[in-house]
Design a protein around this ligand. Structure first.
Ligand SMILES: [Ca+2]
Ligand SMILES: [Ca+2]
Length: 494
């Protein structure tokens, strides 16, 4: 009976996207057998530790693929990430982790297992957009529910509606910013004095400005809340110092959360999405990284904090029952050179691009004794997969809603069995509402800017041409209908 219930829970009853359904038809029997092994392994871990695994998801901003994860890369980029390099050496490096191309969309995708086009959260939210993650979306904290202690810390970017607040989206406790670092750093009198931002808070109005409500002045940056209670404002910085005070406080709360729940009967889910990388305000002197920009200096601070967190897990004796997933939320932001962007690195493009540089990010997983040491996996993963994988690890696949399409695929097999055990060979790359490109296996087709009619020269072989510099048509006439069918299947479900 038990066997049947988990077989059912892992297979057809989740309303997966059509592309996964095709894969499942081809590989379902093999995957069901694998799932049986995996369930036995998870069950033996549960017996050993007396509970299901803790899950920590650390996701920072805007970093190019290949900036960190190995001393060789650090030498080339001028970043310093000794702690993450060590986790990569002792854990798993993903070489095809795909995100959405900007902050809010990726964060929503991670939390809900759904591409943001399905919830309308298709662009980064700023003060005061008056929009946010709809309450009807089901987050991973709502899925894990009372079986897990759930905490969210630092940058949500889920928007400024109460229903989008994390303590109203299933998290037991949350301290979070509604917007991004721009708001915290640039919508301040100090930044306006330095002309980082124009026309934000100055009260001298042009005498021709008739509409006194055009420029919003009342706004709130960060909120603290507990499930079932009303949230309260905790920070709306007036200068860089107050901005950093909030981030420091959020980090302290991350540590307190781990200490508080380490020996609890229930495991925990900790989403720590820090306000790193920074745009302007990390002014270290002397510089601590050879690169020296705001982004590399602030990332060095995060890397140190990550090292402290891992040491804390070890001291508390819970490191081997804790999965940590570490990643960036999208590619580098080209708008501010050189503080947030020096060059795109191996791939081409950056934040908000449909090119690989926009959506293929540095990503690692660490789970001592469970994930193979030094694993490098080339299987494709999309950020939505974390939702479904965390639900599986938490034993809550049955709580994933069945009334909507779920893009996230359970990738537990990849974590536990390694390279070649992924269950995805495709990603759909959106810019806002527009499906701009599709990757299937090693092939990619650009749709953005393509004229209708002929196939167009929008086909790429990413193994031979990772920078997408040699658009082809004739060689890929076989792929023209294949991608057309794939696009039609996908759009029928939107
Ligand atoms: Ca971002
Ligand atoms: Ca909800």
């Amino acid at each position: 009976m038990k066997l049947n219930s988990f077989t059912l829970a892992f297979s057809g009853d989740i309303n997966h996207d059509s592309e996964f359904q095709l894969l499942q038809k081809q590989h379902g029997d093999k995957w069901a057998a694998e799932d049986k092994d995996i369930e036995e392994k998870l069950e033996s871990l549960r017996k050993k530790h007396g509970k299901r695994p803790n899950i920590i998801h650390i996701m920072w901003d805007d970093m190019k693929y290949g900036a960190i994860g190995h001393p060789m890369l650090n030498n080339v980029t001028g970043y310093k990430s000794p702690n993450i390099n060590k986790l990569a050496e002792e854990g798993m490096t993903f070489t095809r982790m795909y995100t959405e191309p900007s902050c809010t969309p990726t964060r929503v995708a991670a939390a809900t297992g759904r591409q943001p086009v399905r919830s309308g959260m298709i662009f980064p939210i700023f003060p005061i957009h008056r929009m946010g993650l709809p309450g009807s979306e089901v987050t991973i904290a709502e899925v894990l529910d009372d079986d897990y202690n759930t905490g969210f810390f630092e940058k949500s970017h889920f928007g400024d509606q109460e229903e989008s607040y994390l303590h109203n989206q299933g998290y037991d406790e949350a301290i979070f910013t509604l917007y991004n670092q721009f708001a915290g750093q640039m919508f301040t009198p100090e930044a306006e004095d330095a002309f980082y931002t124009l026309g934000w808070g100055k009260d001298e109005w042009d005498r021709y400005a008739l509409d006194q409500n055009f420029r919003p002045t009342e706004w709130m940056w960060a909120v603290e809340g507990f499930e079932g209670q009303k949230g309260k404002e905790v920070s709306t910085p007036h200068n860089a110092e107050e901005y950093h005070q909030f981030n420091t406080m959020a980090y302290e709360r991350v540590k307190l959360f781990i200490q508080k729940h380490a020996n609890d009967d229930k495991p925990f889910l900790l989403d720590w999405w820090p306000n790193v990388l920074e745009m302007f305000s990390e002014k270290n002197s002397p510089k601590k990284t050879p690169n020296g920009t705001a982004s590399s200096e602030s990332f060095y601070r995060l890397d140190k904090q990550i090292g402290e967190i891992v040491a804390m897990l070890e001291d508390l004796g819970i490191a081997d029952n804790t999965l940590i997933v570490l990643m960036a939320d999208n590619g580098p932001m080209a708008e501010i050179w050189p503080d947030t962007y020096q060059n795109p690195g191996i791939f081409r493009g950056g934040k908000n691009d449909f090119l690989e540089g926009g959506v293929r990010v540095p990503a690692f997983a660490y789970w001592p004794g469970v994930i193979e040491k030094g694993a490098v996996v080339h299987d494709m993963v999309h950020v939505t997969d974390l939702f479904t994988t965390f639900a599986r690890l938490g034993g809550k696949m049955d709580s994933i809603p069945r009334d909507r399409v779920i893009d996230g695929i359970d990738q537990t097999a990849l974590l536990l069995k390694g390279d070649g055990h992924g269950r995805r060979d495709h990603v759909f790359i959106y810019q806002g509402p527009q499906l701009s490109a599709i990757v299937k296996q090693q092939y990619k087709r650009h749709f953005a800017g393509a004229a209708p009619g002929l196939a167009g020269k929008g086909f790429f072989d990413l193994e031979k041409d990772p920078r997408e510099e040699h658009p082809l048509m004739a060689q890929f006439l076989w792929a023209w209908p294949a991608f057309d069918h794939m696009k039609a299947r996908h759009e029928a479900q939107i």
